[in-house]
Design a protein around this ligand. Sequence first.
Ligand code: C6P
Length: 420
Amino acid sequence: MRSAVRTSTPPPSAPPLDVDRIRAQFPLLAREVAGRRIVYLDSAATTQKPQSVIEAVCDFYRHHNSNVHRGVHRLSHEATEAYEGAREKAKAFLGAADPAECIFVRGATEGINLVAQAFARPRLGPGDEILVTVMEHHSNIVPWQLACEQTGATLRAAPIDDDGALIWDEFEKLLSERTRIVAVVHASNALGTVNPVKRIVEAGHGVGAVVLLDGAQVAAHLPIDLPDLGCDFYTVSGHKMFGPTGIGVLWGKREHLESMPPWMGGGDMIERVSFEGTTYADLPGKFEAGTPNIAGAVGLGAAIDFLADTGVERIAAYEHELLEYGTGRLSAVEGLRLVGTAPEKSAVLSFVLDGVHPHDIGTILDHEGIAVRTGHHCAQPVMDRFGLPATVRASLSVYNTREDLDALAGGIEEVRRLFR
Ligand code: C6P
């Protein structure tokens, strides 16, 4: 069994994670599907929301709803304070130096598009290269393809091995003085692979490239320490870290953000507008045109509080245990092959089963009240690499238990019986 998942262990003084207490904070987990308590194993698609996040969003609309940065009245002050307070929380959570470097976006997809359009596009030309890996989510491929079409630059992709790990020598060979941008997923949504991101940042900087990390699958699972990572851009999605949909953060080094033109124009991103010419607001406003997702930001702030109270290191250690247990349970199923067995993994179990299409597995599991994702997981080059049309993916979170994984293994045995 390959499951040497390296995650940080909790400090010895930290009390063990009380999963029952955590589960009790997630109202949706009490729901029944197909007459049974739901087994939710699709947290990589989106996590469930704790009561505190739901309450924070409701409280905002009930008591403080107003637009931000626009009014002198009480409610507008309160809304602005709540919105900017959430930015402070994001700053602390990521270990950023300055809240102004934390741009609120809709999610990781928008964060990467913003960098592709406002940072890469004005700088790139024919002969320049952008380096990604084969394991990227489409959100970290297509924005760069668009930038390449617009500028004449070339997109290169570093290969992965049969375990789904980056082939370091090949990655290094693809790096050259032509490489202007390196954009890599911190943890793969389709395989679970955790990339050696510090090494990637160092290697990218070594050839003078700017490095973006896609942290969508990391924020709810592993600690993020931006100064330690040393990257230039980092992006997360709120809904994958217990927050609402439609909100996320793009963090960028101030020098880069300041050197970038605005991406979208509109209200709130300007200093002064006239037909003779317009000047732009300082960071972060320059990149937040229009009325933002204020309640979403407030909810994200509550999600960050939940993560801080629970302890990301403790979550990492707990999920590590769960992943090892689940790897063992699934490896024991006859005809099942895990796809993604890299030495360093986050809590994702992708697999295929001999003779059964992943969609059939997902449908049968759903009849048992088990929610998994089936398909290409918006990572078609990963499927091509493994010669598969699709996989079944069970993705774990802090509220999952060994019983959930037992139910999954039992459900797959049932699929096998039906297809015998
Ligand atoms: N992955 C999944 O089921 P958005 O949609 O912008 O919040 O996140 C995009 C994204 C970017 N990078 C990675 C590594 C991701 O996993 C995702 C979203 C979901 O795996 C939906 S396709």
